[in-house]
Design a protein around this ligand. Structure first.
Ligand code: ACO
Length: 324
């Protein structure tokens, strides 16, 4: 049987780090109040990174992709598929994947973007897994890269303190051993309005609002339920149980959602990988950033069973179960 297996991970954060105190100072300039205490208690976030002016998603994706290739012992020449999950692309078109491809020097291979907001990486990994198992690719670069700071409304304290910028990447290769064991993707478009950037460029100029809107409580309630059900589905598909899980790496949006999911899966909290405290919510980049951080710190090891989970705008959600 032909499987797809992660052979390398990488990530990159832009250097500018803003603590909650820095955010409070930024908001105070606009006459808005927030505090480290409020943000930590409600979300678990202590800091986030923002890209400098002129730095785009592909600029963050490049060092993340290069680190993943190096970890896999591969070069750009080996890559035959690039998928970039992003909701903050460099341009409307062409895709950020094409721009990244050229920066990497991997010209010629298939490259496209995938848009599923915070579920983007889990969606992209599922698509790459399917293409590899079908024989359409051998060595895929799967990237999540976001500059969410560009779409934040700094006059809305309920959203702008939650998000950050960054990129994470994996190399996924054809293998005779698993690898990815099971995947499960969903969307429910009736919830478009609870988390969206409603503007469009289809009218020849930016029409409507180009900044993020979110009904935080509606998102919260949906997220906990769907994350549990996606996790149970992939375990069942793979013939595994919660007890087999070494690590849970959910989308890093809010520590309360993440801990709620771990509890429902009866997982001790020390098996939950947490980077939301230092990264904030980096949307499609959050899962590969957290995975790379856990791999490089020596927590996630070869052979460990890992559950990745995404949830976000759309509403979209999904899970990937894998042996690392
Ligand atoms: N600082 C201080 N006070 C604030 C802030 C802030 N930054 N933001 C809101 N408040 C105030 C509100 O105005 C409100 O005050 P009031 O009671 O006087 O009206 C009070 O705090 C409580 O506000 P709520 O919105 O009820 O706070 P809640 O406990 O629901 O927390 C939060 C809000 C953190 C957004 C929470 O709902 C949440 O995390 N939701 C999930 C969001 C999420 O995970 N999104 C991402 C998932 S998908 C994706 O990643 C794209």
């Amino acid at each position: 049987t032909r499987y797809a297996r992660i052979t390398g991970t990488g990530s990159h954060l832009p250097p500018r780090r803003l603590s909650n105190a820095d955010m409070a100072a930024l908001l105070a300039e606009r006459g808005l109040e927030t505090s480290d205490e409020w943000i930590v208690e409600r979300t678990g976030i202590r800091a986030r990174h923002f890209a400098a002016d002129g730095v785009n998603a592909s600029d963050l994706a490049l060092p993340a992709a290069q680190a993943a290739l190096q970890a896999a012992g591969r070069t750009a020449d080996d890559v035959d598929l690039i998928i970039v999950a992003t909701s903050t692309p460099d341009m409307v078109f062409p895709s950020t994947a094409c721009i990244l491809q050229h920066k990497l020097g991997a010209n010629g291979c298939a490259a496209f973007d995938l848009q599923a907001v915070c579920s983007g990486f889990v969606y992209a990994l599922t698509v790459a897994d399917s293409m590899i198992r079908a024989g359409a690719a051998k060595c895929a670069l799967v990237v999540g890269a976001e500059v969410f700071s560009r779409i934040l409304d700094f006059n809305d304290r309920t959203t702008c303190v939650l998000f950050g910028d960054g990129a994470g990447a994996v190399v996924l290769e054809a293998s005779s051993e698993p690898g990815i064991l099971a995947t499960d993707l969903h969307a429910d478009g009736k919830h478009v309005g609870i988390l969206c950037v409603p503007g469009t460029v289809s009218g020849g100029s930016v029409l409507g609002d180009p900044l993020l809107k979110m009904d935080g409580q509606a998102v919260f309630k949906l997220a906990v339920g769907v994350l549990e059900s996606a996790a149970r589905t992939v375990l069942e598909k793979a013939g595994r149980t919660e007890a087999d899980l070494d690590w849970l790496i959910p989308h890093q949006a809010n520590i309360r959602i993440m801990q709620g999911t771990a509890k429902k899966l009866k997982m001790p909290l020390d098996k939950l990988v947490v980077t939301v405290d230092e990264h904030g919510n980096t949307s499609a980049a959050s899962v590969p950033l957290a995975l790379d951080s856990a791999v490089r710190s020596g927590r996630v090891k070869r052979g460990d069973t890992v559950m990745l989970e995404g949830v976000g705008g759309g509403f979209t959600w999904g899970a990937v179960l894998l042996d690392f």
